[in-house]
Design a protein around this ligand. Structure first.
Ligand SMILES: [Zn+2]
Length: 181
């Protein structure tokens, strides 16, 4: 049986996480591995049938919601499942991911590991521990240009998840980050 592995790609908004996920999914497909990309149905910023970046790179994907666990369980041993915006699923992702790894399914997860207040964002505390490899990306601080690790929310609201792009979030460094404003 192929040894399964978990790769976690994390970092703030605008760090290139989806680009990195697509690059790794294309590489897996190029190696002849069956691949399946999943994305949250709630993320309506781009086309529902693709992972997509603001630079126009695309990869075919299936939008899932409460059927996330079923979609992962349907993946065959030896295949590679990529999941974008993993923070949308919270801890509901943990059990399907650990089960899949035990069955020989590899996974590549991408998402924001800190929320808009800078706190750890489920399921990352658990899945970063579980990961074979972590790719932590940074963005460019929208205020000072230094490396940014935070996602500053620019619109009101304290919901954990607000779907949005440049109108709703800025990447910020530790110094320029203002949680809760
Ligand atoms: Zn800054």
């Amino acid at each position: 049986m192929t040894l399964a592995h978990l790769i976690v790609i994390c970092g703030p908004m605008f760090a290139g996480k989806t680009t990195e996920l697509i690059r790794r999914m294309q590489a897996a497909a190029g190696d002849g591995r069956p691949v399946l990309a999943l994305k949250p149905a709630r993320d309506t910023r781009y086309h529902n049938d693709f992972l997509a970046t603001h630079t126009g790179v695309r990869f075919p994907a299936r939008a899932v919601d409460s059927d996330l666990g079923d979609a992962i369980r349907a993946a065959a041993p030896g295949s590679v499942v990529g999941i974008d915006e993993a923070h949308f699923f919270g801890d509901a992702l943990v059990e399907p991911v650990t089960d899949a790894l035990a069955r020989g399914v590899s996974l590549i997860l991408a998402g924001v590991e800190r929320d808009h207040r800078g706190r750890a964002f489920a399921p990352f505390p658990t899945l970063l521990c579980e990961a074979d490899k972590v790719v932590k990306l940074s963005a460019r601080c929208a205020v000072c240009g230094r490396p940014a690790i935070h996602s500053q929310r620019m619109i009101p609201g304290d919901e954990a998840i607000v779907v949005g792009g440049a109108e709703a979030y800025q990447a910020r460094c530790r110094t320029c980050f203002r949680p809760g404003t």
